[in-house]
Design a protein around this ligand. Structure first.
Ligand code: GLN
Length: 545
């Protein structure tokens, strides 16, 4: 029978529930337990696909094309559990289904209400992942206990334990122990109140994970245990990590979280083998090299907007024994100050995905700078379209070439909407989305993947315009990857450059610390080589791959 772990959060948002859930998933998987992970988001958008990065951070895309919350990125980076559309529900999606049923007459004339109809629909969403080959489902509830909009979710998970029996359901609550600098002490009251709020709803947490800046004393932990009615071994401390989020699972393992969970859910005894994970953390703490990578984007002030990209760069850094230092640059600023001023000295330049006009000319200037200065360039999605526009304008003589997204009047729409996308009018879910097959021709991409057919995730509307392929290839930008059957250009490379490669898809969604993405790996290796040529830390870099 499939068991359940529900993860809730209290006191404040942004406590790292996603990371904690992913860490729990990792610890259990490493004990041989078959895990699934799921996020329930209380907001009303049907999915985060149409939400602005300022509101919501990165939109993470799954193989099946679902546009999801970025916490699913943490789940996939830490765990091997398959992720599908059933792994992320929002209130909007729950209501969409209820309203569909109501219009179809499926409620047979009943009054449709939050309890039981909304709560039943939420329970159905959780049940979707129940299967004979699933031992435990970790369901994270977005938002904070006490929010009006999370109430139906909390009510549904309360009922869940009643339905399934206490030995099948475990509640984990994440809270904050704020540190008051003035008095130099940690405070437990907000945690007590948050647990009080949960207990009012009928949920008694089995495990409390206390986030904090400084370590609480044993006496404090006992106090929290007593006041929150949680046994002492269920009170854990998750102090801010010093170096990397990849330390979190080790911190929780050291406090026997996986053993406590297994005991409470009656899983067989065992031990999580984390030796490779420990090695990763050691490399993060003691890297042999450092490279500096510029990321020229549009939401640079927001770490979460490019979450998976920063993580993928870090993974490739680990593989190359290098700390990757980020130089985050607002593309618009390049337009004002020039590429030379902002980009000089970096060892690699990455232009991420994006939508709309703002900052486009700055990104084009960044691609040009990388090409002319022979600095490794990695373009992701919009970053590939940018590379195409740059070559078109500056090497193929196609004046004012552009993407028709940016300039609908351009005389040379080297990036344009193809017919299949033109017919779509809604904004939600109408892009080329999800995993698509791509055949590789000889080139760096083929070298990196070491396989002729790959699958990568997409999220875009516009495409490389095949009418310009011959002229762009003549200008040195060669198509080395094409959609297996539809012949859309998916990868372009320059052969006259140390490493200039851009892809129409999002490789950042498939990188894990234990399995860095081959293209990120190559990009960082090329950046390290540039650093070596320039003489920075040459002696140490001699040992790099
Ligand atoms: N705006 C571009 C398009 O829609 C690129 C999208 C992206 O970078 N994700 O095709």
């Amino acid at each position: 029978m499939t068991k359940h772990i529900f993860v809730t959060g209290g006191v404040v948002s942004s406590l790292g529930k996603g990371l904690t859930s992913a860490s729990i998933g990792l610890l259990l998987e490493r004990r041989g337990i078959r895990v699934r992970l799921q996020k329930l988001d209380p907001y009303l958008n049907v999915d985060p696909g149409t939400m602005n990065p300022y509101q919501h951070g990165e939109v993470y895309v799954l193989d099946d094309g679902t546009e999801t919350d970025l916490d699913l990125g943490h789940y996939e980076r830490f765990c091997n559990a398959p992720m599908t559309r059933d792994c992320n529900y929002t209130t909007g999606r729950i209501y969409q289904e209820i309203l569909r049923k109501e219009r179809a007459g499926e409620y047979l004339g009943q009054t449709v209400q939050v309890i039981p109809h909304v709560t039943d629909e939420i329970k159905r969403a959780i049940d979707k992942l129940v299967a004979p080959d699933v031992d435990v489902i970790i369901t994270e509830i977005g938002g904070t206990v006490g929010d009006i909009e999370s109430l139906p979710f909390l009510e549904a998970i309360r009922q869940y334990r009643l339905d399934k029996g206490p030995e099948h359901v475990l509640y984990i609550h994440l809270t904050l122990l704020p540190y008051l600098r003035a008095s130099g002490e940690l405070k437990t009251k907000p945690t007590q109140q948050s647990v009080g709020k949960l207990r009012e709803i009928g949920i008694q947490p089995d495990v409390l994970i206390c986030r904090c800046e400084v370590e609480p004393t044993e006496e404090m932990c006992r106090k929290i245990s007593l006041f929150c009615n949680v046994p002492r071994d269920g009170v854990l401390v998750e102090k801010d990590v010093d170096h990397s989020i990849y330390e979190v699972p080790l911190v929780l393992r050291d406090q026997q979280l996986d053993a406590t969970i297994c005991q409470k859910l009656r899983f067989p005894e065992g031990r999580a083998d984390l030796s490779d994970w420990e090695a990763i953390v050691r490399t993060v703490i003691h890297p042999q090299h450092e490279v500096e990578i510029a990321i020229a984007g549009k939401y640079i002030g927001l770490h979460d907007a490019y979450k998976s990209i920063y993580e993928s760069l870090a993974h490739a850094g680990i593989r190359n024994h290098a700390h990757v230092k980020f130089r985050k640059i607002e593309a618009e600023q390049i337009e004002d100050e020039g590429a030379e001023r902002l980009l000089a000295g970096v060892h690699g330049i990455l232009v991420p995905g994006g939508f709309g006009k703002r900052g486009v000319e700055g990104k084009i200037a960044a691609a040009r700078f990388a090409r002319e200065q022979r600095i490794p360039y990695f373009g992701l999605c919009f970053g590939m379209q940018i590379a195409v526009i740059e070559t078109a304008r500056n090497l193929a003589g196609l004046e004012r070439a552009n993407s028709s997204e940016v300039d609908p009047q351009t005389p040379h729409p080297v990036i344009s909407l193809l017919d299949a996308q033109k017919k779509k009018v809604d904004l939600g879910g109408t892009m080329r989305l999800g995993s698509q097959p791509c055949s590789l021709k000889p080139g760096r991409a083929l070298e990196a993947y070491a396989a002729p057919l790959i699958h990568e995730r997409h999220r875009h509307r516009y495409e490389f315009n095949p009418a310009y392929k011959a002229r762009l290839e003549a200008a040195g930008l060669v198509v080395t990857g094409e959609h297996e059957s539809e012949h859309l250009a998916e990868i372009v490379e320059r052969r006259d450059h140390p490493w200039f490669l851009a892809v129409q898809y999002h490789p950042e969604f498939k990188s894990k610390p234990t399995r860095p993405h081959p293209l990120f790996d190559q990009f960082i290796a090329a950046s390290l080589r540039l650093r070596l040529e320039r003489g920075g830390g040459a002696a140490r870099i001699a040992t790099a791959r």
